[in-house]
Design a protein around this ligand. Sequence first.
Ligand code: TYM
Length: 344
Amino acid sequence: MPSELSPTAKAPPPMRALSGIQPTGRFHWGNYFGAIRQYIELQTAGEAFYFIADLHALTTVRDPARLRSLVHAAAVDLVALGLDPAQATLFVQSDVPEVTELTWLLMTVCPMGLLERCHAYKDKKTRGLPADAGLFTYPVLMSADILAYDATVVPVGEDQVQHIEVCRDLAGTFNHLYGDVFTLPKPRLVEGGAKVPGTDGQKMSKSYENTIDVFEDLAAQKKKIMRITTDSRPMEEPKDPQGDHLYELYSLLASEAKRMEMEALYRRGGFGYGEVKKALVEAAADFFATARSRRAELEADPGRIEAILADGAARARRKAGAVLARAREACGLSRGASAPGRKA
Ligand code: TYM
């Protein structure tokens, strides 16, 4: 067996990050601290592909004009937050039709039971809500998203880990049947940001109506922050900051020095939660101030965003096309460049 030092040892694949985000409304702090911040960190660490998951959004957004405007706004937000199109490929999921073809190939190796256990579908079913086949097969499309770019790491929040496991399962089965076609990816979570709490202490999520949006109007944001739920322990009582969702949010947004001051204040006691909330309002305004002004500039130049997305789609299609060709060839769909419907 080749050792790590032997000349025949296989070099590890280069780091290639990939992730997707749904344009179902404006991004919230959970999206930013769980995922977007990692996208930005990773864009200088290797190759990076990030996309706006409009095909996934179709399972909830049924208004075409709204979907178009949400996709555009998502791209503006990502660039304003620091995603650099010169470093990372930014594109819209549906601009790469290769991925939907790959979805079908993966569907043929996907056991029903695997999808029945996936939480998005299971949650809807237990709540007695109607689920369509799009929602049921959602993790297969997500697997194709990842495998189409030979991704090695997928920066996400905790709620997406199950889907990445499905992806690894499907890639493993396909590889077992047809040879070494797909690269197996790993999820990448950030400590402290993998499950950002919402205003009520549950996971921040649009479906729980407990979000604070990154680019929300500051007055509206302040109102939401001031309404964050807290316990009723007396002011003078010292408190453990660990597990306190208000403190958890503050530590994501404040500088390290301010976070330490706040931690000491909690342990000392003798403060009101109102004070902490006011400090959080300020920390949030400071933290996103640069991104807010960048956003205003980008909004004034819609052509620039569309050009970034067009360039991203062309780059993404080149990569996904090569992986799809490999998969078609492996499973016997390819009859060479002269086959009808295929260009070399
Ligand atoms: P979406 O659009 O629901 O969420 C985008 C990203 O934000 C993370 N996130 C959170 N992280 C920490 N704390 C929270 N409270 C929180 N809320 C959301 C999510 O984990 C995610 O990383 N299915 C995906 C989109 C997708 C995708 C992909 C992701 C489609 N194809 C391929 C990775 C790879 C989704 O709905 O994410």
